[in-house]
Design a protein around this ligand. Structure first.
Ligand SMILES: NC(=O)c1ccc[n+]([C@@H]2O[C@H](COP(=O)([O-])OP(=O)(O)OC[C@H]3O[C@@H](n4cnc5c(N)ncnc54)[C@H](OP(=O)(O)O)[C@@H]3O)[C@@H](O)[C@H]2O)c1
Length: 268
C-alpha cells in the first residue's frame, strides 16, 4: 500500500522503506510521507524478505529511492554478518536492476572504523553491510547513488540497556560513552537525505544528539522514572567502546533535543 501527499517542491519521489514496520523505519516512513513523497513500507509482514530476496523486484518497480532500515536482534558476529551481507547484496542488486537512483542505508557512526568493526559482532555486521552497498552500487556504469546515514545511539537505547542483561533484580549495563540522539531527529535526517537525492556517487551523513552521556546514567535515569529495576554497570572489554569510539566524528549534524526531553515523554 502506498501513501503520501503531493510533494512540497513538486519533486515527488516513490520511496520504498525496507523495515518500514520497525522502530526507526516506521518513523522514517512517516517523515518521508510528510514531505509529500509516495511511500511504500515493506518487511516480511508485507511479503518482502530481504534475506531471501523474495518480493524485492516487485517492491522496487518504479521506485526512485530505497531506504534500508532493516535490523536483526543479535550480538553474535556470524548471524549479524550473514544477515546484513545477504540483505544488502539482494537489495543492491534489485535496486540496480529496477533502475533505482538512490539507496539510503541507516547505519551507526564510525562503524567502518577498524576499532568499531572488531568491537562487537553486531558492528561487524553493520560494517559489512556498508562495504556491500559501496561495492555493489558504485561499481560500473549503471551506478546507484548511495547515502550512509549514520546515527549515534537513540535515546530508546536506554530501554534496550535495561532489558539486555538481568541478574535477579539488577539490570547489568556495559559502561560506554555515547552522544545519544532522538529517533525522530534521525527520521528527519533520513527524509532530508531522500529530498536532497544522491550527491556524487556516495556520501556519509552523521547525526548525533547534543550531549555526551554514559550508558549507566541513561539506564539509571530511565529506571528511576519507571521505579524499577536497579542498575549496575560493568566495564566493557572493548577499549574503543570505553574511550569514545561511539562519539560522532567532526562535522556531524547535532540535533538539540535532549535525553531529558525524551525521558519526560516516557511513562512513569
Ligand atoms: N538502536 C540504535 O540506537 C541505532 C543507532 C544507529 C543505527 N541503528 C540502525 O537502525 C536500523 C533499524 O533499527 P530498528 O531498531 O529500527 O529496527 P527494528 O525495530 O528491529 O525493525 C527491523 C525491521 O526490519 C524488518 N525485517 C527484519 N528482517 C527482515 C527481512 N529478512 N526482510 C525484510 N524485512 C525484515 C522488520 O520487520 P519484519 O519482522 O516484519 O520483517 C522490521 O520492520 C538497524 O540497522 C540499526 O543498526 C540503530
Amino acid at each position: 500500500m502506498t501513501e503520501g501527499l503531493p510533494a512540497r517542491d513538486g519533486n515527488r519521489r516513490r520511496v520504498v522503506v525496507l523495515g518500514g514496520s520497525g522502530l526507526l523505519g516506521a518513523r522514517a516512513a512517516d517523515a518521508i510521507a510528510a514531505r509529500g513523497h509516495e511511500v511504500v513500507r515493506v518487511s516480511r509482514s508485507t511479503g518482502v524478505d530481504a534475506v531471501t530476496g523474495t518480493g524485492l523486484a516487485e517492491a522496487f518497480a518504479g521506485a526512485d529511492t530505497v531506504v534500508d532500515c532493516l535490523n536483526i536482534t543479535t550480538t553474535r558476529r556470524r548471524p549479524a554478518v550473514d544477515f546484513f551481507t545477504t540483505s544488502a547484496t539482494h537489495v543492491a542488486d534489485a535496486a540496480r536492476a529496477a533502475g533505482v537512483g538512490h539507496v539510503v542505508c541507516l547505519s551507526i557512526v564510525n562503524v567502518t572504523e577498524p576499532g568499531l568493526r572488531s568491537a562487537l559482532g553486531y558492528y561487524a555486521g553493520k560494517a559489512a553491510q556498508d562495504d556491500v552497498y559501496r561495492g555493489r552500487l558504485l561499481d560500473g556504469p549503471a551506478r546507484v547513488g548511495f547515502t550512509s546515514l549514520r546515527s549515534t545511539q537513540w535515546f530508546d537505547f536506554a530501554e534496550q540497556l535495561l532489558r539486555q542483561l538481568r541478574l535477579g533484580p539488577l539490570a547489568v549495563v556495559p559502561a560506554m560513552r555515547v552522544q545519544p540522539v532522538s529517533a525522530d531527529a534521525v527520521a528527519e535526517a533520513i527524509a532530508d537525505a531522500v529530498d536532497a537525492g544522491p550527491e556524487g556517487a556516495a556520501r556519509t551523513i552523521d547525526v548525533a544528539g547534543p550531549e555526551v552521556l554514559d550508558t549507566g546514567t541513561m539506564a539509571r535515569r530511565l529506571a528511576e522514572r519507571r521505579g524499577t529495576p536497579a542498575v549496575a554497570t560493568v566495564p566493557i572489554p572493548s577499549r574503543t567502546l570505553r574511550t569514545g569510539g561511539l562519539l560522532p566524528p567532526p562535522g556531524a549534524r547535532i540535533d538539540p533535543r535532549t535525553f531529558d526531553d525524551w525521558l519526560a515523554e516516557q511513562r512513569s
